[in-house]
Design a protein around this ligand. Sequence first.
Ligand code: VGL
Ligand code: ZN
Length: 238
Amino acid sequence: MHTTTRRTLLKAVSSAAGLAASGFSLAAAKIKPDAKSALIVVDVQNCFVTGGTLPVKDGEAVVPVINKLSAAFRNIVVTQDWHTPGHASFASTYPGKKAFETTRLAFGTQVLWPDHCVQGTDDANLHKDLKLPTAQIIIRKGFHKEMDSYSAFDEADHKTATGLAGYLKQRGIKTLYITGLATDFCVAWTAMDARKAGFDVYVIEDATRAIDLNGSLAAAWKQMTAKGVKRIQSADLA
Ligand code: VGL
Ligand code: ZN
């Protein structure tokens, strides 16, 4: 081997060893939520887990992941889907319509769901194992009888605000880490509206589960990515 080549090679080997000895890892640096970050926990309610009225497959699996994540956050927001009886998003409201069909409402295409998360019912309560004693606000949504609200920011008309953007901005919060149910409906719409409102947005994928109706999960990730939502895993957080 040529002397110069050997010397270069030796140098490369020794500097790699030095890096390893200093504890430097080639793995990506962990993300650390700061005082201007908030964890958003979307709709982790009885209605969306096994035994609920609109169960998301494996929905309860997000509970321990979210409980663990919560320790890293100084700001936590919880949301609840909170419908009236006879709500516009319920198939039972329309004679002859079945759950999971779609219909045209004043504000666009609406998926019709089984009756779910009715105000004041046990079905609408937060999952009993969700342990978020430091959470600061619970935002309820979907409480207008004539209009749905997947998003925790704007209702289905894309005009009526829930007030969450104002709350977060008044508290100086800039970065949101979104978790909960369901990835392809309330999580996705919340994440996209958060981008529209100017927040830096991460969705923590393994802290979500999806309904996945006719390819809605893949479509949701595509739309979220196009809007600058970052897709991460709970292990990416410090
Ligand atoms: C949701 C369907 C209907 C959700 C709420 O939380 O993702 N999905 N209502
Ligand atoms: Zn709903």
